[in-house]
Design a protein around this ligand. Sequence first.
Ligand code: 5GP
Ligand code: ZN
Length: 114
Amino acid sequence: MEDCLFCKIIRGKVPSKKVYEDDEIYAFEDINPAAPIHILFVPKKHIESIAKIEKEDEALIGKIYSAINKIAEEKGVKDKGYRVVTNCGKDAGQTVKHLHFHLLAGTNMGEKLL
Ligand code: 5GP
Ligand code: ZN
């Protein structure tokens, strides 16, 4: 998508701090971290939100969670705990309309929603 920020980040047209990449997934540090570790995982395929996934995307979503677990282990938070969030639509506060999963860790998040 021409005017999608995360598509531009995936293509390197907008700079980002890469954390992980494979054929289908790109992960990078959030520009405005809400926790000491705050990484965004995005499919390279433009999908607007979790509400728009198709049957054919089911395996991709599983791969994203596997990538999240791999990075959580690398960052040393696998046992301490971490939170995975995907905002979907207006009421959830989704600001970028390209499916992304927030990995949040490195602090006790208690009851906080994000
Ligand atoms: P949302 O609110 O849509 O769930 O999350 C969007 C996230 O993207 C926010 O946490 C925001 O800080 C992050 N973000 C917005 N623009 C940029 C950018 O240009 N670069 C990076 N690395 N993160 C961004
Ligand atoms: Zn996109």
